[in-house]
Design a protein. Structure first.
Length: 229
């Protein structure tokens, strides 16, 4: 019995000694890792200045730039697209940054160059228009706010589109467009991103009419026709 107690004591003492001599775990991992796992940082890109810039033809465009970050540090970014201040039109710019691990982020801005001609100044497209097809009778209202610039309420002529007010431009001659922008859309109670394509304004027709297709959340890609009231 005495020998058994001595043996048990010896074993316990050995375990305690081994535990006391065990190496403390190290948390001094190489930079960018936690144990065997690698820390991944994602870039962020945020424009500075306005998302929609409207300028006159012949002016000087200075891009406000963006804040591009990776792990809290400034990183280089690339810009896709250019602006020609001498040529009326709508110019889309995309700013992108990436990480060494291949992750990327981007943001965008739209610049409208307005014609220096007198036509967009004398044009007045203000008024109420009704969508002709397929939702006959749904109204869209244009309000002129500046030289060739309009606020358009319900640009899609949608049954639930009232209160969705966007900026449209008559940037040259009778050319119209909704430049790429964000605007509050009551139907979703938040910002909606919208732009137009396939635009045509026919002020010489009787009645005056126009058409465009929209790229926006909740809207189809069909061509929409409107007739002035």
């Amino acid at each position: 019995m005495k020998q058994s107690i001595i043996k048990l004591f010896t074993v316990c003492l050995g375990v305690v000694f081994a535990m006391g001599c065990a190496k403390e775990p190290s948390f001094n991992y190489p930079e960018g890792t936690v144990g065997s796992s690698k820390i991944v940082y994602f870039p962020s890109v945020q424009i500075t200045g306005d998302r929609l810039i409207i300028m006159d033809q012949g002016g000087t465009y200075t891009d406000p730039g963006v804040e591009a970050k990776l792990n809290g540090q400034d990183v280089q970014y690339t810009t896709t697209g250019t602006v020609d201040p001498a040529t009326p039109g709508i110019y889309d710019l995309v700013y992108s940054a990436s990480s060494p691990d291949g992750y990327s982020a981007s943001d965008w801005r739209t610049v409208v160059v307005m014609s220096s001609g007198t036509q967009i100044e004398t044009n007045d497209f203000s008024g109420t228009y009704k969508r002709h097809n397929p939702d006959n009778g749904v109204a869209s209202t244009w309000t002129k706010t500046g030289r060739g610039v309009y606020n358009v309420d319900n640009p899609g002529g949608a049954a639930v589109g009232a209160g969705f007010v966007v900026v449209a431009v008559n940037y040259e001659g009778d050319k119209i467009a909704i430049p790429h922008q964000q605007a509050f859309d009551p139907s979703i109670n938040g910002l909606n991103t919208i732009s137009s394509n396939s635009e045509q304004y026919n002020k010489g027709d009787a009645p005056i009419n126009y058409q465009w297709a929209l790229t926006a959340g909740g809207y189809g890609t069909q061509l929409r026709f409107f007739v002035k009231q």
